[in-house]
Design a protein around this ligand. Structure first.
Ligand code: ATP
Ligand code: MG
Length: 381
């Protein structure tokens, strides 16, 4: 189902997925007077803890998906890596924003790259790879270094292999039998940035200030905003994100991860049609947070101002922070401009996103320093 329907406070928003993005979405939606019903295979996860109602069922449980979709007024997603059938069952039953086709594009790197390249958006040179001989040919065409990525269900750099000049190709393909992959050229970038755009059912867009992202072990570690880039480049990045949202005919939120080269060229790395880790800073840093904006877009309310309040930095808290025991929360919060966000996850496994800290500052450098210092202080005893 589609349409320009407006959902007013009092309506029930369904959310597929049960993680921290759903949790922060639920906080924003409930604050605005909506009811939130989440669907997740995991019982009492981060989103369920903040929802009015939670369905715990598998994504391939057709009856549960249909019953859930029938019990809400609009459906959105905090997670796109679910079976196509789940999205189809839900779409038959209910208004889905963003529409299912966008999720199918974004959940598969190959479809995503083909969509972007086909629409003329800048992406790294890439090839579709289904077997070892295609890999050999593609390496000839693309050159080294390159990165081989599984086409489906990747996150936090999982399922990625770098192919350097000395890498043995046969070894790379082992263990990947029959898996559809994408080979892409390694981009020699100066910075990684991301832009979050919102688009409402009437086609109006609003775009947040550009985030600058620093990864550690393929996982986002630090986001600072506004990104330390030329205004001209920031404007181009924001325009690019809006253009992609437009081309997708998106209703909701779209995060666009980009590489910025030293000559100012922008290359799109990935899309996420939902709130994004690199936009958590907007909760404290912007007039409207990405989560409130998502609620507004999905419900057909006017979009809020994306104006920057103050320079802001966000550091992720991975399970590793728990290695020496319970982190020292009061020590981190002795930084008075730091805010704590914990996701209510019970098992602090290494690499698992457990929460984040946000710091605002007079300058972005000061915000980064506060956020990092606060995180370091968690280890104090
Ligand atoms: P996430 O879900 O956390 O965004 P992911 O598994 O989808 O991660 P990518 O975003 O594709 O993975 O890649 C993770 C990181 O690896 C990128 O942020 C970037 O640092 C690096 N990377 C990926 N592709 C390239 C490339 N073509 N050139 C250079 N670096 C790359
Ligand atoms: Mg990524």
């Amino acid at each position: 189902m589609t349409g320009a329907k407006t959902l007013l406070p009092g309506a029930t928003i369904g959310v597929m997925g049960g993680g921290q993005l759903g949790r922060m979405f639920a906080v924003a939606a409930r604050r605005m007077g909506y009811f939130v019903h989440t669907f997740s295979p995991d019982k009492n996860g981060p989103a369920a803890q903040f929802s009015d109602q939670a369905t715990t069922a598998a994504y391939d449980d057709e009856e549960a998906v249909r019953r859930f979709a029938g019990a809400i007024d609009v459906l959105t997603f905090e997670f796109e890596n679910m079976p196509a059938a789940t999205i189809e069952w839900a779409s038959h039953q209910q208004l889905v924003r963003p529409k299912g086709a966008i999720l199918l594009t974004a959940q598969n790197r190959l479809r995503e790259k083909e969509f972007l390249a086909g629409a003329g958006f800048p992406v790294a040179p890439f090839r579709r790879i289904a077997n070892s001989s295609e890999l050999t040919q593609a390496i000839e065409a693309i050159g080294r270094p390159a990165i081989l990525k599984g086409a489906a269900f990747g996150y936090d750099g999982k399922g990625q292999q770098r192919i350097d000049p000395e890498t043995e190709l046969a070894a790379v393909w082992e263990g990947r039998e029959d898996e559809l992959c994408v080979l892409e050229a390694v981009i020699d970038f100066e910075k990684e940035i991301s832009v979050i755009a919102a688009r409402d059912p009437s086609g109006a867009t609003a775009v947040f200030p550009v985030s600058e992202n620093i990864h550690r072990n393929h996982i986002l570690d630090l986001t600072l905003a506004p990104a330390r880039i030329e205004e001209r480049v920031a404007a181009a990045a924001r325009e690019l994100a809006c253009d992609v949202a437009e081309k997708l005919d998106l209703v909701g939120l779209l995060a666009v991860e980009m590489f910025l080269k030293s000559d100012g060229e922008l290359i799109i790395n990935e899309l996420a049609p939902r709130p994004h880790n690199s936009g958590h800073w907007t909760i404290e840093g912007c007039v409207t947070s990405q989560f409130e904006q998502n609620v507004r877009a999905v419900c057909g309310l006017p979009l809020g101002s994306t104006g920057l309040l103050r320079p802001t930095a966000m550091v992720n808290l991975l399970g590793d922070v728990w290695q020496g025991g319970e982190p020292h929360w009061p020590a981190a919060l002795e930084e008075p401009n730091v805010h704590l966000h914990l996701y209510g996850k019970h098992q602090p496994r290494p690499g698992r996103k457990m929460g984040h800290l946000t710091a605002v500052g007079e300058t972005v450098e000061a915000a980064v320093e506060s956020a990092r210092r606060a995180r370091e202080r968690l280890a104090l005893n």
